[in-house]
Design a protein around this ligand. Sequence first.
Ligand code: SF4
Length: 472
Amino acid sequence: MRKDTAIEDLLRPGGALSVYLPGYEYRQEQERVCLAIEEALSTGRHCLVEAGTGVGKSLAYLLPAARAIQQGYTVCVSTYTLNLQAQLVQKDIPLVQTLLPEAGIKPAVLKGRGNYLCLQDLEVAEQSLFGYNDPLMQRLKEWASKTATGDRADLDFAFPAWADVAANVDTCRHQECRLYDRCFYYAMRTAAAAANLLVVNHALLLSDLIVRQTEPGASLIPHYDIAILDEAHRLEDAATSAFGIEVNNARIHHFLDRVAHIRGINPDKARIEATKKVCEKLFATFPRGSGEYAFEDVLNPASEEQLHELAGEVLLGLQAIVQELTAHAKEAEVDTVRELLEGLARRGSRLREEMEQLIFGNDPNYIQWAECNSASQDGQNLPRRSQRQAHTTLHYSPVIVADILKKALWSNVKSCVLTSATLADTTGFTYVRSRLGLEGAAVEHIEGSPFDYARNAILYVPRHLPSPKDIP
Ligand code: SF4
């Protein structure tokens, strides 16, 4: 890749940026970060950059990224938060497109499946869950007929049962879906295939790595040559969560409730109730109000044996329910009923597999741990009633993600840029590199904040507010 000094000219006083950006102030720190990243991209190395608040990191990596795109590479920018994603899409990327039109940037934002309305599940939910005259359902249908994206972010009212109508891996029939031609999720993916600047979040980036590792030829996001990970200090946590498994009592209850209330079939309610009760006993094995702890810290040999027995019963209950759903699906004559039953059977199967791995898994790199009295991520996607029940979440998480990232990410891209305001410690990047498995030659750069905190900042301690501990 050719080293192009034009980037410096864009940033410097009197450059194009000062013309297009009202109130622009030149910052040497931003130029140095920009040049460090450009050096890494042009030499095919990875890059770690810590840049303090106010440096202008986004522009500092988007400008060299634009040059790489101009050379024919596809760049994937990943953030941890939606706020930063929105800033990139609404402000920074359009600015770089204006500054460097010759780069031919074609951006696309990709979100996880669960953000998009599934038209098949909408029909299924209307017939099996809500009834045709439900006012909320009517409102959602009206929105579905008008929205261009099907993206939940564009929904201007709350739909508490979004999890029942969102695209998901269990109920999706892919190309076999009768609504595939109108599918919002696949339309987004088709549009992204033509893009050369992909914007994703860490969760989707990591889910894509898992799919690529487990299903050769499959992916959730298109191929990219260069990855830029902003808010990279959150990468290890995001990877621990993505490469692990979590099951909470709300998720199991939600599934069982859903099966119990399917219209048109008469599921074995006694079995569903019995499975629910055993689940409650299983989750009650873990002391409430104890925060986060490893299984081994609270279980003794007797309670561990009891946990295994209860888990065995839950697995048998789920297996029988899945078999019953599959049998009903084979007999179903109406498309939507069959789709619902098959989708629920797949969901139950996955729940069973995850539960088995979580309780009986013995990978030495994984830890079993519990998190009590806090709503989990899954709980946030469930109906409000289920969220209240999300008191206990069981996890099976990798202790070290370094090897997984090394194999799945660092070795598969030409360059990877990690940046954050807090990435280094007193040893520089040694610690973070070891945690993330990022070995070998890399450009490293640390830049402080251009803000004069000593003169311009004030520390305010509100003494009149109650302590967070006192808020019920
Ligand atoms: S293709 Fe999948 S996500 Fe799209 S409408 Fe069909 S089932 Fe839903």
